[in-house]
Write a protein that binds this ligand. Structure first.
Ligand code: GLU
Length: 260
C-alpha cells in the first residue's frame, strides 16, 4: 500500500500559472508558502527536488515588455526571468535555513547516456549536500529539437534521473476529471488511476488539446513516463501549497497515479 510518509526523495513540479498572477508577475505569497512547506519537508528528513517554470513570465514582467513573439525573444526573456526566479527561491529558502542549486536541462542531456549520468551524479551530490536542486528547462539555449515540450514532461525525466520515490505535479486544477470541469458542472474528480491507457488519454482531451481538461494531456504524458519507471505521481491543486501537508497526512487530495 502506497504511503507518502514512506517516500524519501520527492520531485515537486510547479507551473507558471500557479507561480504567477494573471498579468504575469510572480505570486510572492504563493511562492513563499511553497518554499515554507518544502522546507518543512526537508526538516522532516525528506529530499526535495523542485521543478519550477515561470522563467519566461518573470522575464516579461521584469522587462515590462510584451509576451515573446519569437524564439529569440523567448530565450532572452527566460534568461532574465530565470535569474529573477532563482534570486527569490534562494532568498526565501535561506529564510528557512536551506540552500538551493540551479540545474537547467535540455532533452539531449537525457538522451545521451554520458551526459545523463553526469546529471545524475550532480543531483545525487547536491542532495547529499542537503541542497534543494531547482530545475528548469534551459530555455535560453533550447530550440525545438532540444526541448522537452514543457515542464510536465521535464519533471517526469527529472524523477527518472533522480530515481525519485514520488512525483507531485502542482497544477491549477484539483486533479484529473472525467470531463472538462470548466465546461461541465457535473465533472467528477478521479481519485486514483491504475493505468494510463488510450481511453484515459482520450478522456483528457488527447495530446493535441493542451488545455482540454486543464492542461491534462502533458500531465498524462508525464504520468505515463514515470508509471513505466515504477514512480507514482500525484496531480494536486497548487493554489494553496499547504495541500502538500494534507498529502503527507494521508488525506484524500488530488489524483493519484499508481506506478507499474
Ligand atoms: N520553462 C518554461 C519557463 O520557465 C515553462 C515551460 C512550461 O511551463 O511547461 O517559463
Amino acid at each position: 500500500m502506497f504511503k507518502i510518509s514512506n517516500c524519501h526523495r520527492i520531485v515537486v513540479k510547479i507551473g507558471t500559472s500557479t507561480l504567477t498572477h494573471d498579468e504575469g508577475h510572480l505570486n510572492l505569497r504563493r511562492i513563499e508558502a511553497l518554499v515554507k512547506t518544502l522546507s518543512d519537508f526537508k526538516n522532516a528528513g525528506k529530499e526535495v527536488v523542485l521543478v519550477s517554470s515561470g522563467a519566461v513570465s518573470a522575464g516579461v514582467a521584469r522587462l515590462g515588455t510584451h509576451r515573446p513573439t519569437c524564439t529569440r525573444e523567448k530565450q532572452a526573456m527566460a534568461a532574465v526571468g530565470q535569474s529573477e526566479l532563482m534570486k527569490l527561491y534562494s532568498r526565501f529558502f535561506a529564510d528557512y535555513g536551506h540552500n538551493v542549486a540551479q540545474i537547467l536541462l535540455t532533452k539531449d542531456v537525457i538522451d545521451n547516456p554520458v551526459r545523463r549520468a553526469a546529471a545524475e551524479d550532480t543531483f545525487n551530490t547536491l542532495l547529499q549536500m542537503k541542497c534543494i536542486p531547482i530545475v528548469n528547462e534551459n530555455d535560453s539555449i533550447s530550440t525545438e529539437e532540444l526541448n522537452f515540450g514543457g515542464n510536465d514532461t521535464l519533471s517526469a525525466y527529472v524523477a527518472l534521473v533522480t530515481h525519485a520515490d514520488l512525483l507531485i505535479n502542482l497544477s491549477d486544477v484539483d486533479g484529473l476529471y472525467d470531463k472538462d470541469p470548466r465546461k461541465h458542472a457535473d465533472a467528477r474528480l478521479i481519485e486514483r488511476v491504475e493505468a494510463i491507457d488510450d481511453a484515459l488519454l482520450a478522456m483528457a482531451g488527447g495530446a493535441g488539446t493542451e488545455r482540454g481538461t486543464g492542461g491534462m494531456a502533458t500531465k498524462l504524458t508525464a504520468a505515463r513516463i514515470v508509471f513505466e519507471a515504477g514512480i507514482p505521481m500525484f496531480i494536486l491543486n497548487g493554489k494553496d501549497p499547504h495541500i502538500l501537508y494534507d498529502l503527507l497526512d494521508g488525506k484524500p487530495v488530488g489524483t493519484y497515479f499508481a506506478a507499474k
